[in-house]
Design a binder for this molecule. Structure first.
Ligand code: AHM
Ligand code: MG
Length: 335
């Protein structure tokens, strides 16, 4: 029998008598935004016919770039939801507080990357929305503050992503578990398809932009040599897979095991990916599934952010593979 994401979330919430249902409501709102974004992502290849960004279609609607559309959709749905005090988005320079009375009294803030991997739209590869939910630290009844968004990942209440792939899935994690829900298009509901996702401790896939090898540190280059070395009894050489869309690469890592790396390199001494919008939520999900995430020195989730858009190197995935990579790069993460 199908269990919808809403049914599942409510059942889980009932296990905690003190729960108010606000977190479930937020997850439902993010799921709704995901369905609306999905509807437009599915039409992306028709943009030449429907009109490019800025053009007006036959219904008189202005066509928007998909990442702008995704950002606006999340901002508006969370504003209307009244369960969210404010948001921060990879697309906006500053955080945004919802100042109506309901929102000001709500205890959660949401951070998101509305459409990650958007350079993959042109080639019809998977892209995704990544989100994080924190309990605010500012007093209820007042507008949220920047401090609410500068909390370390170890304070996350929930995090997840929606992947617009060969099917559309929403995966979210709480401290208890990670569960995946596939969109059933005929009823427009996310339905439980991947209960209790657990990441294998070992993996055979390494995932990174190998084209950047010359820019990597010596430790990273030695790790790549280790991955490619022939040692049949240890399952090497490993397989290399890289889509260049973090949600897609992490989704595969979560299901099959492996390691995903975006290290520091000569062009990006702090790495490329964003701590709050990409690395924290993904590490929270992967940890809840039994894996781990590091910046090369320590756990990603322990980094106390100082800026909204800060970047970090990331080594994330199966515990044993991450530990092995760190043996090569520890103390040598800067290229
Ligand atoms: P974006 O937020 O501008 O889409 O960039 C993030 C993306 C990730 O999805 C992906 O892991 C990474 O950039 C790929 O970068 P590169 O092309 O340097 O390998
Ligand atoms: Mg991104």
């Amino acid at each position: 029998m199908l269990i919808t994401m809403d049914e599942f979330t409510i059942q889980e919430t009932r296990k905690f008598p003190q729960a108010t249902g606000e977190l479930s409501a937020l997850l439902r709102d993010i799921g709704l935004a995901g369905k609306i974004i999905n509807k437009n992502v599915r039409k992306a290849g028709l943009s030449d016919i429907l009109g490019q960004h800025g053009a007006t279609n036959v219904q008189g609607e202005e066509q928007m770039k998909l990442d702008v559309f995704a950002n606006d959709t999340l901002i508006n749905i969370l504003k209307n939801s009244t369960d969210c005090a404010g948001i921060a988005s990879e697309e906006n320079d500053e955080h945004l507080c919802y100042e109506d009375t309901y929102s000001a009294n709500s205890k959660y803030v949401v951070l998101f990357d509305p459409l990650d991997g958007s350079s993959n739209i042109d080639v019809n590869a998977s892209i995704g929305t990544i989100f994080s939910i924190y309990r605010r630290v500012s007093p209820l009844g007042q507008p949220c503050t920047k401090e609410d968004f500068l909390q370390p990942g170890n304070k996350l209440m929930a995090a997840g992503y929606i992947i617009y792939g060969s099917s559309t899935m929403m995966v979210y994690a709480t401290r208890m578990s990670v569960n995946g829900f596939t969109l059933e298009p005929s009823i427009g509901e996310f339905c439980l398809s991947h209960p209790n996702i657990t990441l294998p401790q070992n993996g055979k896939i390494y995932s990174l932009n190998q084209g950047n090898t010359n820019k990597y540190s010596e430790g990273m280059q030695n790790f790549l040599t280790y991955c490619m070395e022939s040692k049949k009894e240890e399952g090497r050489p490993y397989t290399h897979r890289y889509i260049g869309s973090m949600v897609a690469d992490l989704h595969r890592t979560l299901i099959k095991g492996g390691i995903f790396i975006y290290p520091a390199d000569k062009s990006n001494p702090k790495g490329k990916l964003r701590l709050q919008y990409e690395c924290n939520p993904m590490t929270f999900i992967v940890e809840a599934a039994g894996g781990t995430g590091s910046d090369g020195q320590g756990n990603i989730l322990d980094i106390v952010p100082t800026e909204l858009h800060q970047r970090t190197p990331i080594f994330i995935g199966s515990k044993n593979m991450v530990a092995k990579a760190l043996e090569f790069v520890q103390d040598k993460v800067t290229a």
